[in-house]
Write a protein that binds this ligand. Structure first.
Ligand code: ARG
Length: 467
């Protein structure tokens, strides 16, 4: 104020002690995080209850004050959940909104809650709790997605389809085997999720602003109460670390990349030209102008979510890059990236799980395509090595001539006559026709991890035991 006295109504009620006036409107707007960090209300209240309980146990605050604090916080929890809580931008963030309301509800005892902590360890705690829950949910959703693939793999352990390299038919495989490739990918994602949970499982509360606190707190007690394995070991690192958020985003980005590859395959497979799958009505859309169309919009959107999730990872890496220790307000920009990535990753996994369970596999179309493009050429070469004793290079050459002949005649390898084959190499016998069919080709690939139905079934059983 003009006379230099403090204007208590406009400076911040939590930290405004040394401030003569309130913030400029733009300052308030750039500073406030309540618009997005209100999502952390439940974690903030849980953390505060654990902290207040520990303070009372250690005789840092009285049991009566603790009881008032806990009951006030429970009231606030129901106010927020029932939608009656009034969030204020003047109070910046979720931490001060809750503490401000607590003061209104219980009076001066509310001021004791912030003993031996700071918003720096408080936000680190809230956010870690939130990310941990998001990871636990992602783990369960991946288990569900893997389950959908295992079911489809079991159902289609014998369904032949072309296996591709360069998106060109390479060798026949089974659809079950292809499904199991995704089980491996999402299984690795789930293992990364579990590692991330393990890494973040340390409690930040009690690191205070950055240096720890002179109060005789028990950080092991709060860690245990909040379900963490142990407290963090360095107070400076604790308030400056956002690795847990970056690990979440990295895991999410890799998983989204996997989902985008599946999405792309579904887009390709569902075209009339491929016709390998038919999407259910529940997971496709029509065109407003072309009545014949059935579009794989959900798959396309999943493919696009990858860009968004990668963006969040790059954004947070860039926000954190070059920040001096310990806390800087830059770090407030961490939350929206993680919230957005989590929401979209969940949506993408759920959409893919639904699509995989629902879509019709067109085994006839897959079989027809599996035999096209001389896909058993390698089988012919392998047969020449095994049965005729040719070196692989020469067998490759002989097979190339057979392919050229079939191509010139416009037929498949299995449709060449024995005489035609013997003209290329006289030692070929009619036994060769046993390996030229796609079923024989697939059944012969019994190496560990190969596409033979018996081998795929073994891999399904292995995963069933781990899902
Ligand atoms: N809203 C802040 C954030 O999300 C809370 C921590 C504020 N700490 C501080 N020293 N200003 O990062």
């Amino acid at each position: 104020m003009a006379d230099g006295t403090k204007d208590a109504t406009s400076s911040n009620q939590m930290w405004g002690g040394r401030f003569a006036s309130g913030p400029d409107a733009i300052m308030e707007e750039i500073n406030a995080s309540i618009g997005f960090d209100k999502k952390l209300y439940a974690q903030d209240i849980r953390g505060s209850i654990a902290h207040a309980t520990m303070l009372a146990e250690m005789a840092i605050i009285s049991a009566q004050d603790k009881d008032m604090i806990v009951s006030g916080l429970n009231t606030i929890m129901s106010e927020i959940e029932s939608g009656t809580f009034e969030f204020s931008r003047k109070l910046e963030d979720i931490h001060m909104n809750i503490e401000g309301r607590l003061a209104t509800l219980i009076g001066p005892a509310a001021g004791r809650l912030h003993t031996a902590r700071s918003r720096n360890d408080q936000v680190a705690l809230d956010f870690r709790l939130w990310v941990k829950e998001a990871l636990v949910k992602t783990e369960a959703m991946l288990t569900d997605l893997i389950g959908a693939f295992l079911d489809r793999a079991e159902e289609h352990a014998e369904t032949v389809m072309p296996g591709f390299t360069h998106l060109q038919a390479a060798q026949p495989v089974t659809f079950g085997h292809h499904c199991m490739a995704y089980v491996e990918m999402f299984g690795r994602d789930r293992a990364r999720v579990r590692h991330a949970i393990d890494h973040l499982d340390e409690s930040p509360i009690g690191a205070a602003a950055l240096a720890g606190t002179p109060y005789p707190i028990d950080r092991h007690m709060t860690a245990k109460a909040l379900g963490f394995r142990e407290p963090t070991r360095n107070s400076i690192d604790t308030v400056s670390d956002r690795d847990f958020a970056l690990e979440f985003l990295s895991v999410a980005a890799i998983c989204a990349m996997h989902l985008s590859r599946l999405a792309e395959e579904i887009v390709i497979w569902s075209t009339p030209q491929f016709g390998f799958v038919r999407l259910s009505d529940a997971f496709s859309t029509g065109s407003s102008i072309m009545p014949q169309k059935k579009n794989p919009d959900a798959a396309e959107l999943v493919r696009a979510k990858t860009g968004r999730i990668n963006g969040s990872l790059v954004a947070l890496l860039t926000i954190m890059k070059g920040l001096p220790l310990a806390y800087s307000k830059d770090m407030q920009e961490d939350k929206e990236q993680v919230f957005d990535a989590a929401e979209n990753l969940e949506l993408a996994i759920a959409a893919m799980t639904g699509m995989m369970r629902d879509m019709t596999i067109r085994t006839d179309r897959m079989r027809a395509a599996a035999g096209a493009g001389f896909s058993t050429a390698t089988d012919l070469a392998d047969w020449l090595v095994r049965e005729v004793g040719l070196p692989f290079r020469e067998a490759h050459h002989v097979t190339g001539r057979a392919v050229a002949l079939a191509e010139a005649k416009g037929c498949g390898l299995a449709e060449l006559s024995l005489q035609e084959l013997q003209a290329i190499n006289p030692e070929i016998t009619d036994k060769v026709f046993d390996v030229l069919s796609v079923d024989a080709s697939v059944a012969s690939r019994t190496s560990f991890g190969g596409t033979a139905p018996a081998e795929v079934r073994k891999q399904i059983a292995w995963w069933r035991g781990r899902n």
